[in-house]
Write a protein that binds this ligand. Sequence first.
Ligand SMILES: [Ca+2]
Length: 194
Amino acid sequence: MRTDMSSTGQADVVSYAVQENYNELLIFTAGGSGFTLTAQGKIAALGALPVWDGKWHAVCATWRSTDGAWQVYTDGVLQASGSGLNVGGKVRSGGTWILAQDQDTVGGGFELYQTFSGELSQVNLWDRVLTAAEIGTDVCGQHGNAMDWETTDIEDFGLATSDEYHCGKYRTQLITFAKTFMFLVAVMQWLCCG
Ligand SMILES: [Ca+2]
């Protein structure tokens, strides 16, 4: 992610909603209190993350159902960790995945003040917890086994625009989000996870 926002704004970076819960999975920046990771409506406070300098940063959050252990990395460096998040929970399939907006209904219920402004790329999802070595510092060329950025159909809405760019030696897709209007991208059917 690369953003021109400040740490005081609210924004949903990634949001996954199902009929049973529109906060099935999300990574949110909640303003002064920092980032949160939500799993099925249960929230872990990730704290402040160093992503507000207008440069590209790799953000990776992990969650394990069995004990609720969670971690958050930026640029391969562990920033915070905890446990007890939604222990035993199983993420439901068949929902809608949205970038840069917060769903308060499946595929909708957007609020302007929760819009992410900036650029996103390399948004991948795995159905297991990656090791620290796998998270590493090089996010280019990754392929999530639950959602693979390279093969996922992405649909732009509103002022979201897609471009190609080079991530290391890989040519991939970049999506730019301008604040001001409500928009969303990456509506897809999600086939995973547990
Ligand atoms: Ca909302």
